[in-house]
Write a protein of this length. Structure first.
Length: 279
């Protein structure tokens, strides 16, 4: 009888111990996730300028519960676990660069910074900063530089809006390998050139007002553009060369006539000197 009671007591104690360990692990994980998300949002607030104080409501003092940051303006969380899922800071008049530490929001799937005044390049390691992003909207800013080919490693990306910025260079052909991409827009404001990726018919693309692009049905053949560019460059080179040739010929003639004139003057002076000596 005593042995049965002892075994029962041991099992109860063991279960309590397992429960305590589980709660401890859960608490550590919970606090770690909260720290990551808080660091992420703090870095965003600290790395950009907010002249209209739209992020004034982001108050981190006394944050102890995930729900506290999930109530921040422009922040949505996964309801089941309370992790930051979506950040939408569009139309806030923000200035500055792309948030450097946004990778601390480890469960982020959607980021919109559209209709602000943000500048600088997109990070070259964008896929490491946003590994699970499905929507990336950077439109209507002043981002510049080349579109990073690392975007092709954001394998969950569905919607990519880069229109109305100041991007230059070629659109990375690797973007056509994105398996879930549905919309890609670079219309207006950008200064892109070269052949566009072969996205196929499943992707809605917008290239309007990028005169240097070619390859799509709406843009014309790159072969024709290359031919036109060759003719233009050849014509320009010929005109420049011809102008230089004329300048050389004219200067040579002027030099020759100058030498002849100088020689004639010398002969006339020599004759005058002899005549005066004879007299």
């Amino acid at each position: 009888m005593a042995l049965a009671i002892t075994r029962t007591t041991t099992m109860v104690l063991l279960r309590l111990l397992i429960l305590c360990l589980w709660l401890a692990v859960f608490t550590v994980s919970y606090d770690s996730d909260l720290d990551h998300d808080v660091h992420c949002l703090k870095s965003i607030k600290n790395s950009i300028q907010d002249p209209h104080n739209r992020l004034l409501q982001w108050d981190f003092d006394g944050i102890t519960y995930k729900g506290d940051i999930c109530s921040f303006w422009g922040v949505d969380c996964w309801s089941s676990v309370g992790k930051v899922m979506r950040i939408d800071l569009s139309n806030m008049g923000l200035t500055g660069k792309f948030p450097a530490d946004i990778d601390s929001c480890k469960s982020l799937t959607s980021l919109s910074l559209s209709n602000n005044h943000l500048t600088g390049p997109i990070p070259d390691d964008i896929s490491k900063k946003l590994p699970f992003v499905t929507i990336l909207d950077l439109s209507n800013n002043s981002f510049s530089g080349e579109i990073p080919s690392d975007l092709a490693n954001c394998s969950y990306l569905n919607y990519l809006y880069l229109n109305d910025n100041h991007f230059v260079g070629q659109i990375p052909p690797e973007l056509s390998l994105l398996p879930r991409l549905a919309i890609f827009s670079v219309i207006s404001g950008n200064h892109l050139s070269g052949e566009v990726p072969n996205f196929g018919t499943s992707v809605v693309v917008s290239y309007t007002n990028n005169q240097g692009l070619c390859g799509a049905s709406t843009l014309g053949s790159c072969h024709n553009n290359n031919g036109e560019n060759f003719i233009t460059k050849f014509t320009d080179g010929f005109l420049v060369g011809y102008a230089v040739f004329l300048a050389v010929v004219v200067n040579a003639n002027i030099f020759i006539h100058y030498r002849k004139l100088k020689r004639i003057k010398k002969i006339i002076k020599e004759r005058q000197r002899r005549q005066s000596t004879t007299r």
